[in-house]
Write a protein that binds this ligand. Structure first.
Ligand code: FAD
Ligand code: SF4
Length: 666
């Protein structure tokens, strides 16, 4: 067996899990969409078929007050059970196991009926919660229990009680958010009573043979969060109350420390679970940024946990477990931690999917059916759009030839992979390289294809990406002006004083690249940099940070008068801004560019002239389409995708999604 610990069954006494992989809870927005439960049934069934030991659904609220937003799904009566039966039957039909998560948002609710242990507003929600009366606290507990019983009626194998990430239960546990004077506040025993009662009363109602997972916040990452001693006390109380499994929660949503984004080195937080594991007999699940079977196996080998929670990695690849089992880990489509199509979509009220797998959570709508008319297809450009299209078309049975001007596939991903914190982009390149070979796509590297030769193909797909936009500034030809590509490939070196023209995603990445001092793949260096105490010696696991002096002075400039990086993802933009602020990068908005000369960059900021005495000016001023071929080809058989089709706003998610949609219909 290739990952012997990960793939060993786990005996829970009354039931057995086929391996140690728990698919962590992810809200997809399908819960509230049209035909959502049918679509969720297919989504979960595919993951069960792919070998996951135990699935946990997205959070379902136990009552109206507990909803995260007005439209969010509830389970409060037998009327709600039928929909969920679609899910449980589909998963059980393929011999999977599934638990339903019960989530009460407490003060994280973005709706009028927001409640909490105390009337204290959270820094991330513009609403102040109403304090629950003692009677209402009891009611919340009954509502949790009622929902658990209904989940059992719906055929779930168990429930997960969401006790972490700063939601209601966590708000009761931590002193900062619980100022109550009654039996639900004050001492630690009183503050955990809410959590304990929920689990105890649930166990009484559901009987012995039903899984109860308690998601326990092991590292709150907020000031005055729980101490290690308290975390252990709570775990012991949960064991007594009747929990079956303890899952690890890391960080409250209001925490200002990255917990799952791409810059978190894989497995960083897993060691925290060992402190609970050594104190109780229940199986412990490690969590957060565990995205390869190697990292997972290593955590189990270190004896830090008994199971591994992976959520986004199973969006990225439904068959992660089967591939690991069959010694085909190199075929796993690895989650790169970008959050772009999953969490960011949730914040935009869109259905979650995955940047590297646009079919995720769209199992009912998008499928690559075998073609009955195989065609000869030429694809020009092997960036994300070209690689993805070639693979998907070949999977359908078309004969695909992929022409790339450079000496390797990947396009702009070959620049992105060099950015500290984006090392996982190498995994995407590895995935496509292996898959293109497996599906017999003929790849021609170092090839600037002759347009006349393209006419011989049945269809031509132009995926030649973008060219950097050259802004109209006097002196733009000055030797101090360089492209971001030259900096990232090391062809040119940045001096000590740098201006970056542009403040979009690439500008942020370039600024990170030229200011970086942290060894990104090292969990300890990452923890030092962000002030995380991975041994939980301080309450909540935060510690003071002392920033090193920046290695160069950097200005980041934009014409628009707005926050720099305003278009960055909702769940990651704040991290990029904080990181650069800590490195003293000056972000200037409302900039008009005057000229460039030996003195530096002459600008006006809101009509006030200023000279930035910089020795390097890096252009990140947008991109334009690089479509060289489509003019000369018959329009019916020529398709332009990715940045070559529309440069404005292009990113890898759009490029890969366009590729998928074209491959389905070609
Ligand atoms: P490209 O990636 O530009 O690929 C085009 C390919 O066509 C290239 O390989 C090129 O060599 C080839 N080509 C061009 N002309 C010819 C020709 N005549 N013949 C043969 N081949 C040709 N996006 C995200 O979504 N998330 C991120 O985190 C992210 N980070 C980024 C970080 C950096 C530093 C950069 C530079 C980009 C980042 N992007 C990110 C953007 C993303 O990589 C691009 O949007 C995406 O690569 C566009 O894909 P594409 O296939 O359309 O074009
Ligand atoms: Fe992972 Fe990004 Fe896909 Fe989300 S969108 S699952 S973070 S690769």
């Amino acid at each position: 067996m290739y990952y012997p610990r990960l793939l060993t069954p786990l005996d829970l006494g009354f039931t057995q899990l086929k391996n140690r992989v728990l698919m962590g809870s992810m809200h997809t927005n399908l819960e509230e969409a049209k035909n959502g439960f049918k679509r969720l049934a297919s989504f979960y069934a595919l993951r069960a078929e792919g070998g996951v030991g135990l699935i946990v659904t997205g959070g379902i609220s136990p009552n109206v007050e507990g909803k995260l937003a007005p439209n969010r799904a509830l389970m409060t009566s037998s009327n709600d059970v039928k929909d969920h039966q679609l899910i449980t039957q589909a998963v059980h039909n393929v011999e999977g196991k599934i638990c339903m998560q019960i989530l009460h948002a407490g003060r994280y609710a973005y709706q009028k009926q927001i409640v909490a242990p105390s009337p204290l507003q959270s820094p991330i929600i513009p609403l102040t919660p109403r304090e629950l009366s003692s009677v209402e606290v009891e009611q919340q507990i009954s509502d949790f229990v009622n929902t658990a019983v209904l989940a059992q009626d719906a055929g779930y194998d168990g429930v997960e009680i969401m006790g972490s990430e700063g939601y209601l239960i966590n708000q009761f546990i931590v002193k900062t958010t619980n100022h109550r004077q009654d039996e639900w506040g004050g001492s630690y025993q009183n503050r955990i009573r809410f959590a304990v009662e929920i689990v105890k009363q649930t166990r009484l109602r559901v009987g012995k043979n039903f899984i109860i997972i308690f998601r326990l916040s092991m590292l709150d990452l907020v000031d005055n969060g729980s101490s290690l001693e308290e975390v252990i006390m709570l775990a012991k109380a949960m064991e007594l109350a009747g929990a079956t499994i303890i899952n690890t929660g890391i960080g409250w949503h209001e925490s200002r420390v990255p917990t799952i984004a791409s810059m978190v080195p894989p497995g960083t937080y897993a060691s925290i679970s060992q402190y609970v594991k050594s104190e109780i007999a229940l199986p412990i699940v490690a969590s957060n940024r565990i995205n390869t079977p190697e990292v997972a196996e290593n955590i189990l080998e270190n004896d830090w946990a008994d199971m591994i929670s992976m959520a986004r990695p199973l969006l990225a690849d439904s068959h992660f477990v089967v591939k690991a089992k069959n010694n085909k880990a190199e075929e796993i489509n690895t989650c790169i931690g970008c959050n772009q199509a999953c969490l960011d979509h949730i914040f935009l009220n869109k259905v979650a999917t995955c940047l590297v797998n646009p079919f995720a959570a769209r199992e009912e709508e998008l499928a690559l059916h075998p073609t009955n008319k195989p065609k000869h297809i030429a694809v020009v450009g092997a960036g994300p759009a070209g690689m993805a299209f070639s693979l998907y078309a070949a999977q359908r049975g078309h004969h695909v030839q992929l022409f790339e001007a450079e000496d390797s596939i990947g396009g702009q991903f070959n620049l992105a992979k060099r950015i500290p914190g984006k090392e996982d982009f190498y995994q995407t390149l590895r995935y496509f390289r292996n898959q293109l070979a497996k599906h017999k796509v003929k790849v021609h590297l170092n090839t600037l294809v002759d347009a006349a030769k393209l006419t011989a193909f049945d269809e031509v797909v132009i995926a030649t990406g973008t060219k950097a936009n050259l802004p109209d500034i006097g002196g733009i030809e000055h030797p101090s002006v360089v492209s971001y590509g030259d900096i990232l490939t090391g062809k040119k070196l940045a001096g000590n004083n740098v201006a970056i023209i542009g403040a979009g995603g690439i500008a942020f990445d370039v600024a990170e690249y030229i200011t970086n001092t942290v060894k990104p793949v090292d969990a300890n260096a990452f923890a030092e940099h962000w002030g995380i105490d991975l041994k939980l010696r301080s309450n909540g696991g935060l510690k003071p940070v002392s920033y090193e002096e920046p290695i160069r002075n950097v200005f980041m400039l934009q014409r628009k008068i707005r926050k720099s990086g305003a278009d960055l993802g909702k769940t990651t933009g704040w991290i990029h801004r904080t990181s650069l602020k800590n490195k003293k990068v000056s972000m200037l908005a409302g900039v008009d560019y005057e000229k460039i000369d030996a003195q530096g960059l002459h600008i006006n900021i809101r009509k006030k002239p200023r000279v930035l005495n910089v020795d390097t000016i890096i252009l990140c001023a947008g991109q334009v389409e690089n479509d060289l071929y489509s003019q000369g080809l018959e329009p019916e058989k020529c398709h332009v995708i990715g940045g070559a089709h529309l440069a404005k706003g292009i990113d890898a998610q759009k490029a890969i999604e366009e590729a998928a949609l074209l491959a389905i219909r070609i």
